[in-house]
Design a protein around this ligand. Structure first.
Ligand code: ATR
Length: 281
């Protein structure tokens, strides 16, 4: 039931209709009995700032932000967490009643929690990690890995100039490599994370020599549609432990929910099953 006191939060993206976040947050709200609602917002390509200005002062309590507005979200904030600053992007904006807009990035925490759940034997501090891609998702993942104590992160990208720019923003623990010379990085990494958009559209799969990774190397794909991407299937065929993008999506939502609604998500809701149902898996 919507009342005069309902807390409003949501997700801003373009497109946003495919997002699983409303399903996840509203299932948690219902189970927790919280007077809140989580709705989608899809501004036009240049409309993010206008929307965020309208929410200032708490007309909306907070929003998740997804493609293509995560950099805009950071720029719209008066204050940002270290995670958001190092990632160069925000996936959470909070609109404080006093007027400030505060940015955070929980994608990195989601990534690390997903590893903790699906590959609990893995320890970020024990060796290098390879991140494939140099867009916003890759930078966010690499930033989180460095903040969590990874000794080295290889930023491997088809376009080396973009990898170099990301590595420069992240500091000495990040090293840029072209995709064509990834083998050296793959063979020493404790984990390989696909943060490219390859695999999102049909027929475009990522050609990476996963057979050159160590037997224990954990392979993760941020893409979750399909849940088992060709990249993850390749890893499983090789016997590598894997982590999927859906777990990351759910786990980044947990701290966001708590920030919006003031309580952690109730533990007794199987949001993964709900999301899998919506994905038709
Ligand atoms: P996001 O903000 O979601 O990270 P993005 O900024 O569009 O998305 O970045 C997409 C990433 O996927 C880039 O690193 C891109 O490589 P280029 O910088 O060389 O374009 C990578 N990518 C997309 N399709 C790819 C493919 N078929 N093979 C290899 N890399 C691909």
């Amino acid at each position: 039931m919507i009342t005069g006191k309902t807390i409003v939060a949501g997700i801003v993206g373009r497109p946003v209709a495919h997002s699983l976040s409303p399903l996840i947050h509203n299932a948690w709200l219902a189970a927790a009995g919280i007077d809140g609602v989580y709705v989608p917002f899809a501004p036009d390509a240049h409309g993010f700032d206008r929307l965020a200005k309208g929410f200032r002062g708490g007309a909306v309590r907070g929003v998740n932000v997804t493609v293509p507005f995560k950099e805009d979200a950071l720029a719209a904030a008066d204050r940002a967490s270290e995670a958001a600053r190092l990632a160069g992007a925000a996936n959470v904006l909070l609109f404080e009643p006093a007027g400030r807009t505060v940015a955070d990035n929980t994608d990195g925490l989601g990534l690390l929690r997903a590893f903790a759940i699906q590959a609990p034997q893995w320890d970020v501090r024990t060796g290098p990690v390879t991140v494939l891609g140099a867009g916003g998702a890759a930078r966010g993942a690499a930033a989180a890995l460095i903040l969590a104590g990874a000794p080295k992160v290889f930023i491997v990208n088809r376009t080396i100039a973009k990898a170099e720019a990301v590595a420069a923003a992240l500091g000495p623990k990040a090293t840029a490599l072209p995709l064509s010379h990834a083998v050296g990085a793959l063979s020493v990494s404790t984990a390989v994370i696909n943060a490219t958009s390859a695999g999102l559209s049909d027929g475009e799969s990522l050609d990476v020599a996963l057979e050159r990774t160590q037997d224990t190397a954990v392979v993760m794909d941020m893409v979750y549609k399909p849940l088992e991407t060709p990249f993850l299937r390749h890893a499983r065929d090789l016997g590598r432990p894997t982590v999927d993008g859906l777990e990351m999506l759910i786990r980044q939502a947990e701290p966001a929910f708590e920030a919006f609604f003031g309580a952690p998500p109730p533990p007794d809701v199987d949001v993964r099953a709900l999301a899998l149902g919506a994905l038709g898996q």
